[in-house]
Write a protein that binds this ligand. Structure first.
Ligand SMILES: [Zn+2]
Length: 146
């Protein structure tokens, strides 16, 4: 894969999985948008920025922004129209300072999870309740994206 320039993201996704109610897992189709694509929808559709302004915020050209938001809208429309689950993950993104994810892991069960900033250090693993937990240091490397 050719290296791509990182796109600046100014908002942490509130959720990274959206699932239609009442669809059995085995029948559920899944589509994915990347974190930068969600940011494009936030800037263009929620905040109403022009492609020019939004591209500046994300550190990409107007044309690139147009492609990102076009692909994002198409994927979201596919999920809504066809009742597919929508996941938000990955992408060549650089979170703005203070928005880096805080990823924790549990030594006991090996599980890992994310905590938002400003909530303090978790006391125990949400899966098994063990207190032997640690925070990942390289949380900005793409490998730790979900
Ligand atoms: Zn655990």
């Amino acid at each position: 894969m050719r290296p791509r320039k990182q796109r600046r993201v100014g908002h942490r996704p509130a959720s990274n999985y959206f699932k239609p109610r009442g669809v059995p897992m085995r029948e559920l189709m899944e589509v994915r948008i990347t974190v930068d694509e969600l940011e494009a929808i936030r800037l263009a559709d929620l905040l109403g920025l022009s492609h020019e302004e939004a591209g500046e915020q994300m550190a990409v050209s107007r044309a690139t922004f147009g492609r990102i938001v076009g692909k994002a809208r198409k994927t979201v429309a596919d999920a809504l129209v066809h009742g597919k689950a929508l996941m938000v993950e990955g992408g060549p993104v650089a979170m703005e300072p203070g928005l880096e994810r805080r990823r924790f892991s549990c030594r006991a069960c090996g599980g890992h999870w994310d905590e938002p900033f400003g909530t303090g250090r978790p006391q125990a693993c949400p899966s098994c309740g063990d207190e032997e937990i640690f925070r990942h240091k390289d949380e900005n490397s793409g490998e730790n994206l979900p």
